[in-house]
Design a protein around this ligand. Structure first.
Ligand SMILES: [Zn+2]
Length: 200
């Protein structure tokens, strides 16, 4: 494969100029088309006529992938404290060394699981949402996730007709049913591996 360098010339079709033009390789900061972030100073082919970014060589692809993965979206909810205690008890059951930072791994694992089920037409059964007395404190839960995972979360909210808080409550109750209550927790081996690598 050819390793391009700054100043190299090439030819390509420019969408703006609507013509085959000559391009020059140069470093640019390129925003993602969906506006969720940008990738700084990567080598790209630039149109000599209008300066538009025309193409990215293969050597720039891993950097783009990395920037995309690290551009995070945020899921923010306020939940009655027992919901977080369920998550933490589940985390403890999976790995006694796990800290509250494992909440995120556990939730994202279940979001992905839920997504997989819905995609294959196995809509999980809706739990009865528990209500707690007013004097139970509420706590904030903030999840920073990759756009890909956020898309899955939006997809399952759409499919289940639930809003953010309702969806997170639903998932926490699923975790309680799968991991906290049973004698033999579900997905245990996989989740223990996950705990091992995310707390490493
Ligand atoms: Zn052009």
């Amino acid at each position: 494969m050819k390793l391009y360098k700054q100043g190299d010339k090439s030819k390509a079709v420019c969408e703006t100029c609507k013509d085959v033009i000559s391009t020059t390789f140069d470093y640019r900061t390129v925003p993602f088309s969906d506006g969720s972030g940008e990738v700084k100073n990567i080598l790209v082919a630039v149109c000599d006529a209008c300066d538009a970014v025309i193409a990215t060589p293969p050597q720039s692809t891993p950097a783009i992938k990395n920037a995309r993965e690290t551009a995070t979206k945020s899921i923010e909810v306020k939940l009655p404290a027992p919901y977080l205690e369920i998550l933490d008890l589940a985390a403890y059951r999976i790995d006694a060394m796990a800290s509250t930072s494992f909440r995120k791994s556990l939730l994202t694992y279940y979001i992905h699981l839920h997504y997989g089920l819905i995609k294959t037409d196995n809509m999980p059964k809706r739990s009865i949402v528990k209500s707690y007395p007013k004097k139970v404190p509420t706590k904030r839960l903030s999840l920073k996730v990759a756009p890909r995972l956020y898309d899955e979360f939006e997809y399952i909210m759409d499919a289940t007709d639930l809003k953010t808080t309702g969806m997170i409550k639903e998932i926490v109750q699923e975790i309680e049913k799968d991991i906290v209550r049973p004698k033999k927790p579900k997905h245990l081996v996989e989740l223990q591996r996950l705990a091992m690598v995310t707390t490493a």
